[in-house]
Design a protein around this ligand. Structure first.
Ligand code: NAP
Ligand code: GDD
Length: 349
């Protein structure tokens, strides 16, 4: 019997990390994940997969951080992964304007630390570690749609600049040292597990809470931006396929359809029989110093070479998120009715 393959995931506690872990476990992998130390539990998205470490388990968690090269090197020696998925990031574009230096440290230098740890490990042991780098359509910035692998990067935020650095570091390590490194250039992808400060989830959370009388209004920023929104479950499948290809390459992953925030509001509030125009207000605090107006990807290369295709369009995605958040709001309502009202959720976001 061949030994199961081993994967190491940075960012395992995030949206994509949780879907990727499910996918890899279903394929028989042993999965190791890097978890940041936090003062509260931060493993909600993978708790349903985690088994008590005192029992036999194929998922293993380790403390670590992309700002800590020594910890990354030690993890590679300990885990000896066949595949490394680098998903860890300060991934919020608006926040990157407030924390540019930290964002660059994690998103740009963090990748360099991972690559150097992999290079050293490979040199010492002779074992190949295939690397997936979580690149972003945000790197295209103001470039005209539809964006492809050949489109020039025109980044518009500290986050995007850091991802561009990471992208080219990966290309450089691939070409200089012959490492197997694939850059995924993924367009926005969402799910019921999306962080609540990203616009789709902020909208589905608020609309369902408004529907049940738990909230009165929703405050948003720029409603005119267009995004190509897909389902995170589909996109982690593309990540895995990139590392199963014969040779490492760069791929755009997108649905090919984009809509505005306004149109997404229409889908979500419409599904709940609510009129969004009466319930949503624009608050300039959510504007960004520079905006990315229109992202719409052409994923023909991934479809042709990886056999990848999305299963979920933006309408099905909105429906899935509304149904999930409605259940969450119903639980909140039960708690409220039994006198366990939660503190109001902050306008800070
Ligand atoms: P996410 O939900 O924000 O998750 C980010 C993950 O990175 C979390 O596990 C987070 O840990 C971890 N992390 C943050 N800072 C770290 C650090 N210093 N060291 C180690 N880990 C750290 O993001 P996502 O949506 O799953 O996205 C996954 C990756 O794809 C990110 O690199 C993102 O930039 C990129 N991407 C996302 C999209 C998208 O639309 N979702 C599109 C293109 C690219 P905590 O849980 O402790 O915060
Ligand atoms: N977050 C947020 N909050 N965005 C808002 C709001 C609001 O209240 N109001 C309007 N928007 C607009 C933003 O200005 C942006 O144009 C659009 O909604 C999408 O914002 P986000 O959902 O925060 O996503 P993003 O496109 O900036 O970044 C996401 O996708 C990238 C891929 O293109 C993140 O997941 C990045 O990590 C990822 O790389």
């Amino acid at each position: 019997m061949t030994a199961p393959r081993t994967a190491l995931i940075t960012g395992i506690t995030g949206q994509d990390g949780s879907y990727l872990t499910e996918l890899l476990l279903s394929k028989g992998y042993a999965v190791h994940g890097v978890v940041r130390r936090a003062s509260l539990f931060n493993t909600d998205r993978i708790d349903h997969l985690y088994v008590d470490p005192h029992q036999e388990s194929r998922i293993h968690l380790h403390y670590g951080d992309l700002t800590d090269s020594g910890a990354l090197r030690n993890l590679l020696e300990e885990v000896e992964p066949d595949e490394l998925y680098n998903l860890g990031a300060q991934s919020h574009v608006r926040v990157s304007f407030d924390q540019p230096e930290y964002t660059a440290d994690v998103v740009a230098l963090g990748v360099l630390r991972v690559l150097e740890a992999v290079r050293g490990h490979q040199r010492r042991t002779g074992r190949q570690v295939k690397v997936y780098q979580a690149g972003s359509s945000e790197m295209f910035g103001s470039a005209k749609p539809r964006q492809t692998e050949a489109t020039r990067f025109e980044p518009r935020s500290p986050y995007a600049c850091a991802k561009v650095f990471a992208h080219y570091q990966c290309v450089n390590h691939r070409e200089s040292y012959g490492l197997f490194i694939a850059n995924g250039v993924l367009f926005n992808h969402e799910s019921p597990r999306r962080g609540e400060t990203f616009v789709t989830r902020k909208i589905t959370r608020a609309a369902t809470r408004i529907k049940l009388g738990l909230q009165e209004k929703l405050y948003l920023g720029n409603l005119d931006a267009r995004r190509d929104w897909g389902f995170a479950g589909d996109y982690v499948e593309a990540m895995w396929r990139m590392l199963q290809a014969d040779r490492p390459d760069d791929y755009v992953v997108a649905t090919g359809e984009s809509i505005t925030i306004r149109a997404f509001l229409g889908l979500v509030f419409g599904a709940l029989d609510l009129d969004w125009e009466a319930l949503v207000e624009v608050d300039p605090r959510y504007f960004r110093p520079a905006e990315v107006d229109h992202l719409e990807g052409d994923s023909a290369k991934a479809r042709r070479l990886l056999g990848w295709a999305p299963t979920t369009d933006v309408r099905a995605l909105a429906k899935m998120m509304v149904e999930s958040d409605l259940r969450l709001a119903e639980r909140e309502l039960v708690l409220k009715r039994s006198g366990h009202e939660e503190a109001p959720r902050g306008g800070y976001r």
